[in-house]
Design a protein around this ligand. Structure first.
Ligand code: ADP
Length: 593
């Protein structure tokens, strides 16, 4: 669509340019034609004036001569030879003086009696010119004028004649005719320098003087028969057939013409049409070149503008892409920032929750332990009271040995109580003291703390451990984890007939691995999914809080370890605790100690 429009525009522009150039050509040609015609007109005027001045200069010569008394005498006595010789000499000297071709005297029959060229081989004397119009005109009493080719000499000339009277000039009939012949051939010579054809044509359109030899004695247009016959009759052009100019059409333009003389002659110049074309061509070519230059400049300008538009368009596209990218980056950044903020918030929440959980777990355990400890302390306390009462009684009876035995029982019971309290002191110690933990020692402490429970349920407790197994971390927390796992195992075997718990500690590569197996019912599938979630429990209220595993796994994670659970082939549960070993204490050294 756009292309079509554009090509239509360019077609219109080309058409306009062609029209413009054509217009310039037409105007220039018109101007050139006018100029050329004006110049031709001026040239013709000069030629015509020249010609007319020649023709007019001799107009009165035959008239003046007709008054010469000798002429009338010759006409009266044509046999008087002495008279004729004198007249011949007179005419000859006038002819030389006036520089005309010939002067001659004819009688009333047209016979030449005396002539300026009487001595020449082509003398007019004795010749009869009665057929010439100028003779007839003069004999009729008027001045005769005629142009024609000389019958005797073969030379063309302009003839002027006047009647000659015997007595008084006016009145009576002329006795003869005096004629002057003027040659006009010189004009042709002056015209020879002109490039364009110049022609002098008579009233019938027959060219008799021209700078083109092939135009001479040819007509501008075909002559009709009466004209042809008249020309033959007057022998004007030596009796020859007058044909139209053959080359007129091809190399002659529109003629410039003006009348000359008294015989209805036309002096013509034919400016070449090529001159007009040549003259008009220069401005036309200049205009065309100008248009081409303008078109090229316009085109270059368009190209430049298009290039600049393309460049700025690509710049804009680049800018757009950059803006989009920047926007995307900003968006992504803000999204990431939001995510990061959420993450930070979650982490903060987790930390606080974790702290709270640890605390809550501790408290719950303390509550549970408080009952156990109370129970545990009550027994020795009751025993101490009984032993003391016994000791008092035995002392009163004077049985010192029995009394001593009872007192030593008291000492044993208090020692057991002291050991129990000592364990509790360790449990209550501030937890974030980072030190190495001997897992074996921690296990022993945990078992001791659960002594009451173990004794109640009396499971087969099977411990397989090296002497020491050191991991980095806080002993209290590690004990907390072990106590949780052992207590869960004890809970799991409580309802079983066959109660068995085994603990295996070993070293696997860079890890210390603790496996606690029980002979319980194992972990149900729906339970396994929620095992480490806080407050998830399957135990009756008052017995379980559902915090043990959640706290334990968070403690283990904080130590860069892992806590996993699975069911054994025997159907019980196994909890596997993996903790990274302390790097500076290799297992070999620990075993060597
Ligand atoms: P609690 O012991 O207070 O219920 P825990 O987080 O320690 O909370 O345990 C969550 C649950 O995981 C228990 O209620 C029990 O259903 C299950 N569980 C834990 N240890 C064992 C085990 N050794 N055998 C079978 N189930 C267990």
């Amino acid at each position: 669509m756009k292309f079509g429009k554009q090509s239509a525009w360019s077609a219109a522009a080309v058409a306009l340019a062609i029209a413009l150039v054509a217009g310039v050509y037409l105007v220039a040609a018109q101007r050139a034609r006018q100029d050329i015609h004006a110049a031709a007109g001026r040239q013709l005027q000069i030629v015509a004036l020249d010609l007319e001045s020649v023709l007019e200069r001799f107009e009165s010569l035959p008239f003046a001569l007709s008054f010469h008394p000798d002429l009338a005498r010759v006409l009266e006595r044509p046999q008087d030879e002495a008279l004729i010789r004198r007249v011949n000499q007179t005419l000859q000297s006038v002819q030389r003086q006036a520089r005309v071709s010939a002067i001659y005297l004819m009688d009333e029959n047209g016979l030449t009696l005396a002539s300026s060229n009487w001595q020449q081989p082509y003398s007019f004397v004795g010749k009869n010119f009665s057929f010439r119009p100028y003779f007839r005109d003069a004999l009729a009493g008027a001045a005769g004028r005629f142009y024609g080719i000389g019958n005797t000499t073969g030379e063309p000339g302009y003839f002027i004649s006047q009647p000659v009277y015997r007595g008084e000039p006016e009145g009576g009939t002329p006795a003869g005719v005096i004629a002057v012949k003027i040659a006009l051939g010189d004009f042709e010579q002056t015209w020879a320098s002109s490039e364009e054809p110049i022609a002098l044509a008579d009233a019938r359109g027959v060219v008799f003087l021209s700078n083109r030899a092939d135009w001479r004695y040819h007509s501008l247009r075909p002559l009709d028969d009466p004209d042809q016959q008249r020309l033959v009759g007057t022998m004007q052009y030596a009796g020859q057939q007058i044909l139209p100019i053959a080359t007129l059409a091809e190399d002659a333009g529109e003629p410039v013409a003006r009348p000359v003389g008294r015989l209805g002659w036309q002096l013509m110049q034919f400016p070449s049409p090529w001159r007009v074309t040549r003259a008009a061509l220069a401005p036309t070519i200049a205009a065309a070149l100008l248009l081409v230059v303008a078109a090229l400049s316009w085109w270059a300008l368009l190209q430049r503008r298009r290039r600049m538009e393309e460049r700025s368009e690509s710049r804009r596209a680049l800018q757009r892409a950059a803006d989009e990218l920047e926007q995307k980056i900003a968006q992504r950044t803000s999204e990431l920032e939001a995510k990061y903020a959420k993450l930070q918030e979650a982490e903060r929440l987790l930390r606080s929750t974790q702290g709270e959980l640890v605390q809550a777990g501790k408290l719950a355990m303390l509550g549970q332990m408080a009952a156990g400890i109370t129970h545990e302390l009550n027994q020795p306390l009751a025993a101490i009271r009984a032993f003391a009462d016994n000791a008092v009684t035995f002392l009163a009876r004077g049985n010192a040995d029995k009394a001593r035995a009872n007192l030593s029982h008291i000492a044993d019971a208090s020692a057991r109580m002291g050991a129990l309290v000592g364990q509790l002191k360790g449990f209550a110690r501030k937890s974030d003291v980072v030190a190495g933990v001997d897992l074996v020692h921690a296990l022993r402490t945990s078992v001791m703390l659960l002594d009451n429970e173990i004794r109640r349920l009396a499971p087969a407790l099977d411990i397989d451990a090296p002497d020491r197994l050191l991991v980095p971390g806080d002993p209290v927390r590690v004990e907390q984890v072990l106590i949780n796992l052992l207590r869960n195992a004890l809970d799991a075997v409580e309802e079983r007939d066959h109660r068995h718990i085994s603990v295996r500690m070993r070293c696997e590569g860079d890890e210390a691995v603790v496996g606690i197996r029980d002979s319980g019912a194992g972990i149900a599938q729906q339970v396994a999914r929620h095992l480490f979630e806080p407050f998830f429990t399957t135990k009756p209220s008052g017995k379980g809080l559902g915090l043990g595993l959640a706290i334990s796994s968070s403690i283990v994670q904080a130590m860069n370890g892992r806590l996993e659970a699975r069911n054994t082939e025997q159907g019980g549960a196994e909890f596997i605790l993996r903790l990274p070993l302390r790097s500076e204490v290799k297992q070999g050294e620990a075993l060597a100690e």
